[in-house]
Each structure stands twice: as C-alpha cells, then as structure tokens.
Design a protein around this ligand. Structure first.
Ligand SMILES: Cc1cc2nc3c(=O)[nH]c(=O)nc-3n(C[C@H](O)[C@H](O)[C@H](O)COP(=O)(O)OP(=O)(O)OC[C@H]3O[C@@H](n4cnc5c(N)ncnc54)[C@H](O)[C@@H]3O)c2cc1C
Length: 297
C-alpha cells in the first residue's frame, strides 16, 4: 500500500486501489487508477488535495468521467473522485446549493420539481455539477455561466474559498480552475420560478433532440473537438467524408461526425490515432485545425 493510501486509512478517508478507469469513464476506455480517493465532505476533499500535494502529486479530480480519455497504461497520479459529494438543496427561493458530485441529470430534475427554470439546457449532459462548472458546460443556447452565482473551490494547498461567478473567467468550455488547479467543491445557482410541466416539456424536447442527433447508444465522450470560429467540427468532419472512419475499435460516429464512439474494445491509442487522422484530413481539406475538447489523462 502506498504512503498516501496508508494516510487515508489512518484518517478514515475512503479509497480504493487499482480501479479500472473503464468503469469510471463514459468512453469505457483506460487502464487502472493506482489510487482512487472518495472524499465524503468538504473537509475530506480538502484533506485529499493537501495530502496529494504533500506527497508531491498533482491529483486528477474526477467527476463522471464524461469528457476524458484515460491512457491504456492507467494513472499513477492519485485520482480524487467527487462522486460522494452529493448534497443538493434549495437554500432560499430559486437559490440552489449543489455539491460537485451531483449528476447534472439529478440537478436538472430537482430544479424542475421545485418549479425552477434555467437549467433545462443541461438536461442530458452526462457529467457532474463540478465537472460542468469546471468546463462551463453548455448546450442548446445555455451554459453554466448563466445560472452560477458562486463556486466553492479547494486550492492545491487545501484552502476552501467561495468565489463569485465574475471571478471565474467563464467562457466557451473554459474556467479559471483550468489554470489554478483548484477542485470545485460546491456551487450556488440562481434560477427563476417557472411552471413545472412546461419546464419538463422543454427538458424532454431537449432529450429528444439529443437522442435523434447523438449516438447515445455507444460509449463516447461527447463532442471530441472544440467548435472552430464560425464553424461546427462535426460538419467539417462530415464534409471530408470521414463519417464511419475507424481505427481499431474507435469510430467516427455515422450519426454525428463530431463524436468518436467506442464501437467495441477501443483503446485510448485507437482514439488518439483516429483523432490525429481526423485532424490531418480536416486541416488538409478545409484549412481548419480541430482542437480537442476532450481531455487526455
Ligand atoms: C453523450 C455526451 C454528450 C455530451 N454533451 C455535452 C454538451 O452538450 N455540452 C457540454 O458542454 N458537454 C457535453 N459533454 C461532455 C461532458 O459531459 C461535459 O464536459 C461535462 O461537463 C464533464 O463533466 P464530468 O463530471 O464528466 O467531468 P470529467 O469528465 O470527470 O472531467 C472533465 C474535466 O473536468 C475536471 N473536473 C471534473 N470535476 C471537477 C471538479 N469537481 N473540480 C475541478 N475539476 C473537475 C477534470 O479534472 C477534467 O479535467 C457530453 C459528453 C457525452 C458523453
């Protein structure tokens, strides 16, 4: 057992060793994480981050693993999962408090049941609230920036601080946390009163649109590439005739060219090779270089 695992044992912080990242990512790809820490509250998250730093390790903060490609050889760095951080409540009218590990799906359904509008856009994004704040996730004309009021984050030194949205530098799939290495602990959102049935209808409409356009039947990490200025990555890939193109078990989706799916037994190396192929062909034929949106760890 590593020193870090022994310390967690002493402090009573739950952890697991040699966890297959296939079970922790929507791509269902990746080797084992040597150590997966499972903090259950703010103090434990702060302790995990501090312990990693003391051990000279930069942890991977893991949400639902829906935007990650984990390498086949696995992760030696400690992984801190937010999955046990699940507090969600309405603190005052329209103001939701939500910890990082709450599934976006559950958050959207909670808001709908309270008759609160503003989060419909996020219905169907398969990430955690923490991952959504970190990525400033968005869809169908909405983004986290529109609803967030403040975020509590743990600095690499283990210090918990609440920061207002204006300080988070939220823009297209970007937040300040990408630069400062903080772990998102929790957030407060401000929503507006609405009719629960109408909110539900909008959510169902969005889910239908997702189902009709996205290959939700196959493991993936969603859109692989960022939108180039004024363009859609999927349209450019389609235009280059790359739909269905495959390397090993990784395939450009026939349904949505912006997605790469794990069509069966894909490795991270397959996905990386296919990404490189798509980037080369698209750049040659259209002049646009496609930057990955997914993260490689
Ligand atoms: C089918 C499908 C559809 C998708 N559709 C959309 C869409 O419409 N819009 C969109 O924006 N995205 C979409 N995504 C991508 C993905 O769901 C989002 O990026 C989501 O916000 C990632 O959240 P996560 O919890 O899964 O993060 P993870 O994949 O676990 O992590 C992604 C990054 O966030 C960091 N991170 C996660 N949690 C925290 C935290 N608490 N503190 C600090 N850093 C953290 C990780 O370290 C990593 O760098 C889609 C994915 C799939 C598979």
């Amino acid at each position: 057992m590593s020193d870090l695992a022994s310390t967690c044992l002493l402090l009573g912080i739950p952890f697991r060793e040699q966890v297959s990242m296939k079970t922790k990512t929507s791509f269902k790809i990746g080797g084992a994480a040597a150590l997966l820490l499972l903090p259950r509250d703010a103090e434990e998250l702060s302790a995990c981050v501090r312990l990693c730093r003391d051990a000279g390790e930069a942890p991977l903060i893991l949400g639902r693993g829906s935007n990650l490609l984990v390498k086949d050889t696995g992760l030696r760095q400690p992984v801190v999962s937010t999955e046990e951080l699940k507090v969600l409540n309405e603190r005052s009218p329209g103001r939701l408090f939500c910890q990082a590990g709450v599934k976006l799906q559950d958050l959207c359904l909670f808001a709908q049941k309270q008759g609160l509008t503003g989060l419909e856009f996020a219905y169907g994004i398969p990430g955690s609230a923490g991952g959504a704040a970190y990525m400033n996730a968005g869809a169908y004309g909405g983004e986290m920036k529109d609803v967030l009021r403040s975020v509590w984050a743990v600095s690499p030194e283990g210090i918990i601080r609440e920061r207002p949205t204006e300080e988070l530098d939220l823009s297209y799939r970007h937040s300040v946390f990408m630069e400062d290495g903080s772990a998102v602990l929790a957030m407060e959102m401000q929503l507006r009163p609405g009719d629960a049935a109408e909110i539900r209808a909008r959510m169902d409409g969005i889910m239908e649109r997702r189902k009709s356009k996205q290959p939700l039947e196959c493991p993936s990490a969603g859109s692989v590439f960022r939108r180039p200025p004024g363009q859609f990555a999927g349209a450019l890939i389609d235009q280059c005739g790359l739909k269905g193109c495959a390397v090993g078990g990784a395939q450009v989706s026939e349904k949505h060219a912006g997605f790469i799916v794990n069509a069966g037994g894909a490795t991270a190396a397959d996905v990386r090779a296919l990404i490189a192929l798509v980037q080369t062909v698209v750049e040659e034929k259209t002049g646009f270089f496609l930057e990955p949106e997914i993260e490689f760890v």
